[in-house]
Design a protein around this ligand. Structure first.
Ligand SMILES: Cc1ncc(COP(=O)(O)O)c(C=O)c1O
Length: 414
């Protein structure tokens, strides 16, 4: 393959001149000559299309969004909700989000001043970071991580300070966490439940983050798009910890929970003084998320608890098909505690395939085993990349028959 990604050795981390180059470099999409590259997701999707392999690379569901929500969108279109929505989002959606946060987490939010609807979590995260970061600031991030964080941090002229989540449990060393904070720390980004590793943050880790953020007066930007995909225990938003709310921006999205990643409806909640900044930035990004879809998402966010229970049961079944299939293939993936991703150390398969990294095995599998995964190294900057070179991420947000076929093909290839 000619294009490179954040996982590629030729990803640049040196000086990038223009704002767009900074953003691309921060996301790992610039080569040494300043050329824009495709993402590993695009590469692997193209490979899956060429080889006919099952694409467990990209994290989007291949099954329908809830019928009630889709119908609500049709009704909203027919009812003429086709003009600009308010910048902050339509009131019924903000009220539904406030009610959701109260019901699930006991968080009491003012829908008028403490919630803003965004064009997916992507815009919510970007607007959150851009609203607080200044050139020279430092941002503590945990690797591996979603590529957007690095892109926006670098675009803002700030520096990401990575802390590795140590395999095989993908927990950080508390001493590393403390050492990453400095008087220059302006923000820390948490992602819980965590993509790509499928782990959830421990109470001790959350407490340490709040303590350090308080000590260093940092903003906590928390990406909780997988809040309803937590298989063990209850999801605890970091904003609910004592002392956290006033410095925390919590980002979530309809995309994952309602199997509608293409709708691009997300939201940010937090204290008014931070939401004000997010609103200002967001006004000049999307202005507002799609009006008719906001109406439908307002209905979906208010679905009864059974919807969320059913969602989790379905995903638990999908997870088990994937994890059991990988075990039958001789791998030993940690059981994902959240998200719709599993990771596995695939080094035991190298000899058979004649390769020496998960990235190369991923390509070998696409050609020979009918399955496409993403190397975890694609989510990591240069400094810590070797820690993850044996790990592959596979998505289980796919139909059960698709997952079964992928696992059967993998078993056959051995
Ligand atoms: C951790 C994480 N954050 C944010 C996003 C983006 O969410 P959205 O599609 O709502 O923009 C994703 C999507 O894959 C994700 O995995």
């Amino acid at each position: 393959m000619t294009a490179h990604t954040s996982g590629s050795p030729s990803r640049t981390t040196g000086s990038a001149e223009t704002p767009w180059q900074r953003m691309a470099a921060g996301g790992g999409l610039l080569d040494a000559s300043g050329r824009l590259l495709s993402t590993v997701f695009e590469e692997m999707t193209a490979l899956a299309q060429r080889t006919g392999a099952v694409n467990l690379g990209q994290g989007f569901p291949d099954f329908p969004a809830p019928e009630r929500m889709v119908n609500a969108a049709s009704e909203a279109l027919a009812a003429g909700h086709n003009q600009y929505a308010p910048i902050k989002g339509i009131p019924s959606l903000r009220t539904a989000i406030a009610e959701h946060q109260r019901q699930f987490y006991g968080l009491d939010l003012d829908a008028e001043s403490q919630i803003i609807v965004s064009a997916g979590a992507t815009e919510g995260l970007a607007a959150s970071l851009l609203s607080v970061l200044e050139p020279g600031d430092e941002v503590v991030v945990f690797e591996p991580h979603y590529d957007l964080y690095g892109a926006v941090i670098r675009f803002a002229g700030a520096t990401a300070v990575p802390v590795p989540l140590l395999p095989p449990r993908f927990t950080p060393d508390p001493d590393d966490v403390r050492a990453a904070f400095s008087p220059r720390t302006r923000a820390v980004i948490l992602n819980d439940p965590h993509n790509p590793t499928g782990t959830v943050a421990s109470p001790e880790f959350l407490t340490q983050l709040v303590e350090l953020a308080t000590e260093f007066e940092a903003v906590i930007v928390t990406d909780e798009v997988y809040e309803h995909l937590r298989f063990t225990g209850e999801h605890t938003p970091i904003a609910t910890l004592p002392g956290a709310f006033d410095r925390t921006l919590t980002v979530s999205s309809a995309g994952k929970t309602f199997s509608a990643t293409g709708w691009r409806v997300g939201w940010v909640s937090g204290p008014e003084h931070l939401i004000r900044g997010v609103t200002a930035v967001k006004s000049y990004l999307s202005h507002s998320a799609a009006a008719p879809l906001q109406h439908a998402v307002a209905e979906a966010v208010g679905f009864p608890p059974e919807f969320y229970e059913h969602l989790l049961d379905d995903y638990r079944d999908r997870r088990d098909i994937l994890v059991n299939g990988l075990r039958e293939a001789g791998l030993n993936p940690p059981e994902p505690q959240g998200t719709f991703f599993a990771v596995a150390d695939v080094s035991d398969h190298y000899a058979l395939a004649g390769v020496s990294t998960a990235k190369d095995l991923g390509e070998h599998w696409a050609e020979n085993a009918g399955v496409v995964g993403i190397p975890v190294s694609a989510f990591v900057g240069e400094a810590n990349r070797d820690l993850y070179s044996d790990w592959l991420r596979l998505a289980f947000c796919k139909r059960a028959d698709v997952l079964r076929k992928a696992m059967a093909d993998l078993a056959l290839s051995l």
